[in-house]
Design a protein around this ligand. Structure first.
Ligand SMILES: Nc1ncnc2c1ncn2[C@@H]1O[C@H](COP(=O)(O)OP(=O)(O)OP(=O)(O)O)[C@@H](O)[C@H]1O
Length: 668
């Protein structure tokens, strides 16, 4: 693109814009409506454009350090409206008494005021009603991106091929890609804009599904290792466990074992609610691979989890020919080198770590199986990268985030799925209470009573978005309060993200050994911690957490035979917030929580989607646009079923697109 030099290109790359195609499909966040509206119909706090005559000289008031406020009165249809601009003193020269002006800004209906964000001369107000606003970051200005996109469209509009096959496009009355892109960036009317958005949503879902399903098909044909495990050894390993496997665990173990034997690379998702016993299933799979003479790797999202798993598994495999190595960032260079040597020679056959273990520098003697825990943090591409390690090891991904089936197809569409839909026998459902924060005292009394009965307690501190430092400060303050409250009778410990791994570990160890009875923590304990004697989970500011996260946290208790409790302290600000808390009180079933979450959330909660593993789409909303997603999924499947679909002239642009973006090199 002319005008885009290396520096701009670099900045654009921070927005993931690497090509002209990326630019053209870099869709606006929203559109500001510069069409003049009457204030009578405007909603309070809505952003609107009003037009009127300037009634008073603009006045600039200065306050604070470098802050100022410019105000003037505007007569709009016989109403006098006070307009204020913050920190734009230079506008003063444009505001002349008696002149007609349009202002775009936030409408305050109660006080007949407007906080202006843009001053529009009256002619532009009439000619360009909608203006696209792009998501940007600190490297790229909104105006810059707009200029570049406009130029890119001018230059390339005549070579934009339509990707959606013509028959589908006609069936759904979708725009051509060129029209669609034009309308997305430069909307002409509400109606056209809606159609463009629908076209773009369908296109995005269709392309995503096509890639996913093509990958799955290719994977199903990929040769993999035949892992001939020793059945007797596995049986005797299962036989010496202190409990019997649930029916669901047995079924899932069988599914995995069948995959191991097949000469096809396994690509399986293991889904099971918190506490359903996924870890032991993983252990059996690991042991199976090891009896066949292969190495196994277990990849988890945090170091603390890696250490926990390493300890637990080393204990579980005591006396068996399993040598566990823990590969984390906190090893010294020398320890690292030694460990890598042992991995290369095969002296270590179970490697546990964070994503450090798929780095190129790590060479395996004969890696047969990779298991990822909490894989919702890994995307489709990362999962695919895993599968390329060594001689195409089998891959098993475990997740404790139950998600509704329709969304699961989107998130894990390229995988086979096994589900543990049953909790071990004898578990009592966790009782959940929701209290307002002014009932903190009641909650703490309850906690004290449970402590007296010999229980252990987790207390999770409020989450302060975007600032780990504040999180830590908060956690420390709460820890001090609670220590004053419970000690010396009960010991209180503190866990947060800024502690060194050794310190974190030490605290966890003390808690496990019941040397600490109360563990105050930020959400570092969210996943994977397993202390059966802990029976109370108390969560401050519970309404700041997503439901999936609350469910995870709650799942840290109720892991033994005693009655467990979850106490939520929250003062939700609206009905949805209340309904969310009520959902937690009403059900302990992760799938129900997930379904409810989806209904309540409607659309747009990106954090929630991230947690569930559903990819983030640019334009489509997998919740709100679920119908389109389902249709696109079906259409993609049908297309791939057609013999020689990729030779059809009509599909040439689509094939070219897939070649550029595919996860896999073969489509057949
Ligand atoms: N069949 C079983 N019978 C009794 N207890 C079991 C059974 N399977 C697992 N457990 C125990 O249940 C607890 C929870 O199991 P595990 O940690 O594997 O759960 P999980 O599914 O990994 O949960 P999370 O996702 O919450 O970590 C463990 O203490 C484990 O020893």
């Amino acid at each position: 693109m002319p005008g885009v030099g290396p520096k701009t290109a670099e900045n654009l790359a921070t927005l993931n814009i690497l090509s002209v195609e990326n630019l053209l499909t870099y869709y606006p966040l929203r559109y500001d409506n510069f069409e003049v509206q009457s204030v009578q119909n405007a909603k309070d706090q809505e952003k609107i454009t009003i037009k009127g005559t300037v009634m008073s000289e603009p006045v600039i008031a200065r306050f604070g350090y470098k802050k100022n406020r410019l105000s003037f009165r505007l007569m709009v249809n016989r109403e006098v409206i006070l307009v204020t601009f913050f920190n734009q003193p230079y506008l003063k020269s444009k505001i002349e008494l008696g002149r007609d002006l349009a202002v775009f800004g936030k409408w305050d209906g109660q006080h007949l005021r407007m906080t202006g964000s843009k001053l529009i001369t009256v002619d532009t107000a009439e000619s360009h009603s909608y203006s696209a606003v792009y998501p940007t970051n600190k490297n790229v200005k909104k105006a810059t991106i707009k200029k570049i996109i406009t130029a890119a469209f001018k230059q390339y509009e005549n070579v934009i091929p339509t990707l959606i096959p013509e028959s589908l496009r006609q069936q759904y009355h979708l725009m051509s890609r060129k029209e669609m892109i034009r309308e997305m960036h430069f909307p002409t009317s509400d109606e056209q804009s809606k159609l463009a958005k629908r076209s773009a949503t369908y296109e995005e879902f269709f392309l995503f599904q096509l890639r996913l399903q093509a990958t799955k098909r290719a994977n199903q044909k990929r040769n993999g290792l035949v892992i001939k495990y020793h059945n007797d050894e596995i049986k005797s390993f299962i036989g010496q466990l202190p409990y019997e496997l649930t029916k669901a665990q047995k079924r899932v173990v069988n599914e995995i074992c069948r995959d191991l034997l097949e000469p096809v690379q396994m690509n399986r998702l293991l889904q099971g609610d918190v506490g359903s016993g996924k870890t032991i299933v993983a252990a059996i799979a690991i042991y199976a691979a090891i009896t066949a003479g292969y190495q196994a790797a277990l990849m988890v999202p945090t170091e603390i989890l890696a250490e926990q798993h390493a300890q637990n598994l080393a204990h579980l495999f005591e006396g068996l020919p399993v040598n566990v190595g823990l590969l984390t960032g906190s090893l010294t260079a020398k320890q690292h080198r030694i460990l890598e040597d042992q991995i290369r020679t095969g002296a270590i056959n179970l490697i546990i770590g964070t994503h450090a273990l798929i780095q190129d520098s790590v060479e395996y003697a004969n890696l047969g199986l990779i298991i990822t825990d909490e894989q919702h943090r890994f995307g489709v591409n990362q999962r695919q990268k895993l599968r390329e390690k060594g001689d195409r090891p089998d891959v098993l991904a475990m997740t404790a985030t139950p998600i509704p089936r329709t969304l699961a197809i989107t998130a894990y569409g390229e995988m086979d799925v096994s589900i543990i839909d049953e909790l071990p026998a004898g578990r009592l459902p966790i009782q959940t209470r929701w209290l307002r924060s002014n009932q903190n005292g009641v909650a703490l009394e309850f906690v004290a009573q449970e402590l007296k009965k010999g229980a252990q307690v987790y207390i999770v501190t409020p989450l302060i978005e975007e600032s780990e430092a504040l999180d830590v400060q908060n956690a420390t303050a709460l820890y001090e309060q609670l220590a004053a409250y419970f000690e010396p009778q009960f010991k209180v410990g503190l866990l947060h993200g800024r502690l060194s791994n050794d310190d974190k570990d030490a605290v966890m160890e003390q808690f496990k050994a019941n040397e600490l009875q109360v563990l105050v923590s930020t959400t570092v304990i969210e996943v994977g911690v397993d202390v059966a004697n802990a029976t109370v989970m108390m969560i401050y500011d519970a309404d700041r957490f997503g439901l999936a996260q609350l469910h995870q946290l709650r799942g840290r208790v109720g892991r033994g035979k005693q009655q467990s409790y979850c106490i939520l302290l929250a003062d939700p600000k609206n009905e949805v917030g209340v309904a969310r808390m009520q959902t937690m009180v009403d059900t302990t079933d992760g799938f129900v929580v997930a379904q409810k979450d989806m209904e309540l959330r409607g659309s747009g909660d990106i954090l929630g989607q991230k947690q569930s593993g559903v990819p983030e789409f640019k334009i489509g909303d997998p919740v709100g646009d679920l119908k389109i997603l389902e249709i696109a999924q079906h259409d993609a499947a049908e297309l791939l079923k057609m013999p020689h679909w990729d030779d059809v002239t009509d599909n040439i642009p689509l094939v070219a697109y897939l070649k550029r973006h595919q996860l896999q090199t073969h489509f057949d």
